[in-house]
Design a protein. Structure first.
Length: 163
């Protein structure tokens, strides 16, 4: 019983798809900050569904004030960013409904937000959603999914491993 209490948290984990849609390589995202991996490595999803779920077991670190992005920290310490759409910070929350708050514990598949892709597209913004490993100095991305359809909470996007 006490052995489980002091068990070290697993640093390596599979990151699940937070949205239903088509996986695209980060290099194909039409935004240099993401395509050139300035923020970190990862993939993107061209969403067809509106429900955004947690890709990891962990904690919500930051629900951005403008509701367009959520950062999470896995139980093992990897920091993940789910950035809904491109340049959507300018929408100031329009088209986004958050279902979590900072500090909240989440499990893979737990609802994070609703992303109204129709509203965002109608406003002239791209809905492509980068999913980024932010602390690449401590973790590495491997087994990255290639162009394929994924379902929210089901498809594995990539594996995160402690360096």
């Amino acid at each position: 019983m006490l052995k489980n209490l002091f068990k070290k948290k697993e640093a390596n984990s599979d990151l699940m798809a937070p949205l239903t849609g088509k996986v695209i390589p980060l290099e194909q995202v039409p935004d240099q900050v993401f395509s050139q991996k300035m923020m970190g490595d990862g993939v993107a999803i061209e969403p067809t569904g509106k429900q955004v779920v947690s890709p990891v077991d962990g904690e919500v670190v930051d629900v951005f004030k403008t509701k367009h992005a959520i950062s999470l920290k896995t139980d093992g310490g990897a920091e993940i960013l789910v950035h809904m759409g491109l340049e959507t910070v300018e929408l100031d929350g329009k088209g986004f409904d958050m279902q979590v708050e900072n500090g909240q514990k989440v499990k893979k598949g737990d609802p994070l937000a609703t992303f109204d892709i129709d509203t965002v597209a109608a406003e002239g913004y791209k809905t492509v959603t980068p999913i980024i490993l932010l602390n690449g100095e401590d973790f590495a991305v491997s087994n990255v999914a290639s162009e394929q359809d994924v379902a929210a909470g089901e498809g594995v996007l990539f594996h995160v491993e402690k360096k």
